[in-house]
Write a protein that binds this ligand. Structure first.
Ligand code: BT5
Length: 326
């Protein structure tokens, strides 16, 4: 299903011949036609002409629980899906259902009225974005929860770059930037006993189909729509992200080093001069690496290495090539 849709979406404003599409996708022309009919029934406006083929004229911006469930490509992530058109925060909604929820349940909402960031900061969540929370019940000690954050950040960066060809960078600990502008934020909240995690709620906010007016007063926020010059299918985005997140979470248990290395590759923080704001302290230095617990390793201006587990990070300037560490 997603194949014909992706094919048309990759060619915005262009006519695509049915024959060309069928042969590129390795399916029959009748199968293409059938998929076009299904897409139309879901609200996609697709023009057809016997001479020119098909043209995707308009993408509906709907989140339909059943349609997402049908499109899912995961084993467990998102197989239990909760949807509300409006909620205070999907992280709160997730916590209210966590008792009976299965590992991998996902909570989605069109609008959040009290979306939040870290340290109680406000997260603007108007209609058009993807506001979702993953409920995970992993068998991990609480100290290793930041690994989940790292795995989800990597999955999100991979999704945006593979689906849209965007140059996204992960800013430590877990913002996704296009250039220097924030397009996604992640808020991971845990419930734990001394030696055991009860559950983890990973809140993921993606500024998808939002225009410039969506972020009054925020000069450093952007959206997929603004960056791509077109709207995206949020359903396709969610389905792909859940698939990538499941893969990264699996890697996290079988090959954590792979996740760490991918984080480093996709990071826009490493090899930069940064200022880290910790409770009651400020640290300036060059970000050299992150370790397997997601802690940032900073080389201070005095030449000592500092390990920072949590804090706010401000990018100061890129470091010159000859200044780079390994
Ligand atoms: C974050 O916090 O970046 C985590 C955001 C997590 C949002 C998701 S949505 C689903 C789930 N439910 C929730 O209630 N939250 C999660 P932080 O690093 O603290 O960044 C917050 C700062 O980002 C704010 O103080 C603003 O400056 C800025 N900001 C607010 N809304 C934004 C938006 N939509 N896009 C980009 N930046 C925004």
């Amino acid at each position: 299903m997603l194949d014909v849709l992706s094919y048309l979406m990759d060619r915005p404003g262009s006519w695509v011949s049915g024959e060309e599409m069928a042969s590129s996708l390795g399916i029959s022309r009748a199968a293409v036609w059938k998929q076009i009919q299904i897409l139309r029934s879901r609200g996609y406006s697709i023009l057809s002409s016997t001479r020119k083929g098909y043209l995707l004229a308009q993408v509906p911006d709907i989140l339909d629980r059943r349609s997402i469930t049908r499109a899912l490509e995961t084993g467990y992530l998102g197989r239990e899906l909760h949807y509300q058109s409006e909620t205070s925060s999907t992280n709160d909604l997730a916590r209210s259902v966590v008792g009976s929820a299965r590992n991998g349940a996902v909570v989605l909402s069109e609008i959040q009225t009290s979306g939040r960031g870290r340290l109680g900061r406000e997260w603007l969540s108007p209609r058009g974005g993807v506001w979702m929370s993953l409920i995970l019940k992993p068998n991990l000690p609480p100290a290793l929860a930041p690994r989940i954050n790292m795995a989800v950040g990597v999955a999100l960066a991979r999704t945006l770059s593979e689906l849209y060809g965007l140059q996204v960078g992960i800013k430590w600990p877990n913002d996704l930037l296009v250039g220097e502008k924030k397009v996604c934020g992640i808020l991971t909240e845990i419930s734990a006993e001394m030696d055991r995690l009860n559950y983890v709620v990973v809140g993921v906010g993606i500024n998808a189909n939002l225009d410039g007016g969506a972020f009054p007063g925020l000069w450093n926020a952007t959206s997929l729509q603004q960056e791509l010059g077109r709207r995206v299918s949020r359903e396709e985005l969610i389905v792909r992200f859940l698939k990538e997140a499941e893969r990264s979470l699996e890697d996290m248990t079988s090959d954590l080093e792979k996740v760490r290395q991918e984080w480093c590759l996709r990071s826009s923080t490493l090899n930069r001069l940064v200022r880290i704001e910790l409770a009651g302290e400020e640290l300036v230095g060059t970000a050299r690496s992150i370790d397997q617990e997601g802690a940032l390793l900073i080389e201070t201006e005095e030449g000592t290495m500092r390990r920072v587990l949590a804090g706010d990070c401000i990018h100061l300037r890129p470091v010159k090539r000859d200044d780079q560490g390994r």
